[in-house]
Design a protein around this ligand. Structure first.
Ligand code: 13P
Length: 251
């Protein structure tokens, strides 16, 4: 069954300091709250770690939710600098991105790390938003489906070890599209989402999927992207840092 809500997930990456996050939230508080009142619309903000508790608390009277950008693959222990899924849950995080290409590329995160993080999140009742997608070179070498299959299998096997029925979000984010303005055609996205679904269901027939697209989503291309019928939402980077642009994407 399809999700009744359409999701707009704002990944603020490491673009805003704590002070700037506070300013951004205060400046746009009413407008954010108005956006959340749009029917069948769910807004999730993903600030960096130090701002999560503030953002969650600031919007606690609205239906806006907060998500982290990653978590530790360990439960607890001598892992300096890491943040446990349980801590994220304690401060009110409902969602957490996993395997974003910036984590895979700059922090050498592997499919195995992604799998462990998915399990930590499920244990703590946080919904994982697993990011998958091919590099430009992989696309040129026609390896898109191979890469996506590997990434999806790893994440879904991790879910399977934990539960037979679960809901996870999967964001198809072609790496070559992030921050570049280049996006795949609607037909390409549709076919990849179908493929993602078929792989995930082959691993775990009862899995419930929420399918997102991310990569250069902005106010000028969103109308066309919204025509993709199996899509449940967007993962928005750059355009989510400009409230006017984000508002146009949502409305
Ligand atoms: P852009 O929207 O800036 O291309 O970033 C996409 C992204 O990485 C979201 O996670």
């Amino acid at each position: 069954m399809r999700e009744p809500s359409f999701f707009y997930i704002a990944n603020w990456k490491m673009q805003l300091t704590f002070a700037k996050t506070v300013l951004f939230c205060k400046k746009n508080q009413n407008n954010f709250e108005l956006l959340t009142q749009k029917k069948n619309t769910k807004i999730v903000l993903c600030p960096s770690f130090e701002s999560l508790a503030f953002v969650n608390d600031f919007f606690k009277k609205s239906s806006l939710s907060v998500g982290a950008q990653t978590c530790s693959s360990y439960e607890k222990g001598a892992y300096s600098g890491q943040v446990a899924a349980q801590s994220l849950s304690d401060i009110g995080c409902k969602y957490c991105l996993v395997g974003h290409s910036e984590r895979r590329n700059f922090c050498s995160e592997t499919d195995d790390d992604v799998a462990k993080k998915v399990q930590q999140l499920l244990k703590n009742n946080i919904i994982p938003i697993v990011c998958v997608g091919e590099l430009k070179k992989e696309r040129e070498e026609k390896k898109t489906y191979e890469v996506i299959e590997r990434q999806i299998r790893a994440a879904c096997q991790a879910v399977k070890k934990f539960t037979k029925e679960s809901k996870i979000f999967i964001a198809y984010e072609p790496v070559w599209s992030i921050g570049t303005g280049d996006i795949p055609s609607n037909q390409e996205i549709t076919e990849i989402l179908k493929y993602i679904t078929s792989i995930a269901k082959a691993v775990l027939p009862k899995i419930s999927l929420v399918l997102l697209y991310g990569g250069s989503v902005h106010e000028k291309n969103v109308k066309i992207l919204k025509e993709i019928c199996d899509l449940d939402g967007f993962l928005v980077g750059g355009a989510s840092l400009d409230f006017q642009k984000f508002q146009k994407i949502v409305t």
